[in-house]
Ligand binder design. Structure first.
Ligand SMILES: [Zn+2]
Length: 303
């Protein structure tokens, strides 16, 4: 694979160099910038692969094999973003025993760039969650969970900006309404804000004030929900500033992103990469001549 350094070397060595414009900046400004976005959600403490006799995922998944796959993708690509959409916790005895610490330490070693809070992150209550979060060296972005004056204060971020090459990417994290889903004692003091209004306003601010070229929502709202709950489909349709929704909660696997026209008349991509770490989602963001486009890549099955 031709990486940037080799590309520069090759170009400088070739006679084409003589024909280049006098300013290198102008020349390199024309080379497309590719950011490989890798995505998981609903990992549910599935640290080991599923057993070989498992009915749905025989011998699939496992943190170690995902780590190997991620590092091989990093070797081939200069800019990689590794993101997760929540529900890291709950599902195997590892969570019962370590309360999430192991999952967060391993994801930190894998170099995750960000995750968001799913409903199951609250299964042992906020005190336990607040003790586990510092084991993650990556931020938990939670835009619509207001945690001031709770034990989580200062342990989540309302938004982040990640720069890859010349490109600034804003990230918001949108959590599901815990009412009816999480034991009320387990999120006492947390204020749930409307994900559409809060998410869109924050995305607008990221573009306007933080000069982000692109905004990704890590969503744990679910792809399509009943009983009037906000979901990814309504989030996409009723906002103007979010460009890509990496979804979770539904344990849904999508072969291709689904495009929904937003309030500004632009297409927003929604993609879900399944659950329990049996697949690694991938979508490439390409910036070329001031325009952005997504190149869909099939998810990789981990087995
Ligand atoms: Zn969930």
């Amino acid at each position: 694979m031709l990486n940037r350094r080799n590309f520069i070397k090759t170009t400088l060595a070739g006679s084409a160099f003589l024909a280049l414009p006098t300013t290198g900046r102008a020349f390199f400004g024309h080379s497309p910038e590719r950011i490989v976005i890798l995505h998981t959600s609903d990992l549910h403490s599935q640290i080991d692969p599923f057993p070989d006799n498992h009915s749905r995922f025989p011998g699939m998944g496992g943190f170690a094999r995902r780590a190997a796959l991620i590092s091989s993708i990093r070797k081939e690509n200069q800019h990689v973003l590794l993101l997760d959409s929540g529900d890291i916790f709950q599902g195997t005895p590892y969570y019962n025993f370590y309360e999430g610490r192991l999952e967060l330490q391993l994801m930190s070693k894998m170099g995750y760039d960000a995750s968001t809070l799913g409903n199951h992150e609250f299964d042992n209550g906020m005190e336990s969650l607040s003790q586990q979060l510092p084991h993650a060296t990556f931020p938990f972005v939670s835009t619509n969970y207001q945690v001031e004056n709770t034990v989580l204060e200062g342990k989540t971020k309302p938004w982040i900006v990640i720069q890859k090459g010349k490109i600034k990417i804003g990230i918001v994290g949108l959590g599901i309404d815990p009412n009816g889903l999480v034991n009320t004692n387990n999120y006492a003091g947390l204020k749930y804000l409307d994900p559409i209004a809060t998410g869109d306003e924050t995305a607008r601010m990221l573009k306007k004030n933080q000069k982000c070229h692109y905004v990704i929502a890590l969503s744990h709202l679910g792809y399509k929900m009943s009983h009037g709950r906000v979901d990814d489909l309504t989030l996409a349709a009723d906002t103007s500033h979010i460009d890509l929704i990496l979804g979770g909660h539904s344990h849904r696997t999508m072969e291709e992103p689904e495009y929904v026209i937003n309030k500004a008349g632009k297409p927003v991509a929604i993609i879900h990469s399944g659950a329990s770490g049996v697949r690694l989602g991938r979508i490439d963001l390409v910036f070329d001549k001031g325009e952005t486009r997504l190149e869909s890549n099939p998810y990789q099955v981990i087995n």
